[in-house]
Unconditional design. Structure first.
Length: 128
């Protein structure tokens, strides 16, 4: 039971840290005032596979979203991992691209091995 409690505590600490970073980040509309809608199509896969393990779509609430795009690693056993795709996504948004991609490799660890899960995000944006 102690192992479970420590995992819950670690998860809540990661969540609190992510929330703090989001709260401190500039707002998306401050950085890209012409942005109207933003949809992220997210795929994640193991490095050893070409097929996506998971796929989902995120609709970003542009009017209140932070200009920060950090997505947690999809492997529940991954420690200290995640995907920061802020720079490539902000470059595309600030260039008013309507469709563009970003890719990131998780630098966390699973046991004694590096995680290495690959995240691919396709951003679809509209502007005024």
């Amino acid at each position: 039971m102690a192992g479970f409690r420590s995992r819950v505590t670690e998860a809540s600490q990661r969540f609190a840290e992510r929330r703090r970073r989001e709260d401190e980040a500039p707002r998306l509309l401050e950085r890209v005032p012409e942005l109207v809608t933003l949809k992220l199509e997210v795929e994640e896969r193991r490095a050893s596979s070409n097929a996506a393990d998971s796929k989902h779509v995120r609709h970003i609430m542009v009017d209140r979203a932070p200009a920060l795009f950090f997505l947690p690693c999809g492997d529940p056993a991954c420690k200290d991992g995640g995907h920061d795709v802020t720079s490539p996504l902000m470059r595309g948004l600030m260039s008013h691209e309507t469709r563009f991609e970003a890719e990131d490799t998780c630098s966390g660890s699973v046991g004694t091995a590096s995680c290495g899960r690959i995240l691919r995000v396709t951003a679809i944006a509209t502007y005024r």
